[in-house]
Design a protein. Sequence first.
Length: 211
Amino acid sequence: MAIDDLLDEHEQSERVRSWLRNNGAGLLGGVALGLAVILGWQWWQKDQAGKKEQAYQEYQTAVEGLAKGDLKQAKVAVDALSRNDALYADTAGLQLAKAQVEAGERDAAIATLRALTPDDALRPLINLRLARLLIDAGKHDEALKLLDAADDASSLEVRGDALLATGKAKEAQEAYTRALTTLDAVSPQRRLVELKLIHAGGTPPKTGGAA
């Protein structure tokens, strides 16, 4: 091997050592950061899996409580779920509220539904059930506020119920009529809404198949 080649290799080695001296700390820091990210991600996944498992167990506790009529056990589980998993909490909360109504605990059912924090997909259903209970409790204004922006048939029907209960027959007629415009002619719900509209002093609109 030529002396020039040996000098080149020596020079290259010195350059490598020099680069490591100047950049070694940054390189080690980058490796450490990469390891921290990987370990953090693994910890987060494990933590999330643990929370999901805990939420599932709490949901099962709520279901078991409802199955044996132990509403206290179910409520404790739903309260715990509300702090850990909104979806499970909403699902179990709806079931708990239904059981509370059947047990004659209307006010407890109202409190249960009010405590839920549903997403946009489930909020209309919860608001509808809560509005019905509020009307039964004589809290018509609260029910109307809940359904203020709703435009589905069931919500419009219940809105009509609240308006009629407060003596606003004309507005109730309008709500029932709007509900009918969204219902199919053969819908079982249609006949009930038509009867409510007639009771409020209105006239059901003719369907497309009417002569």
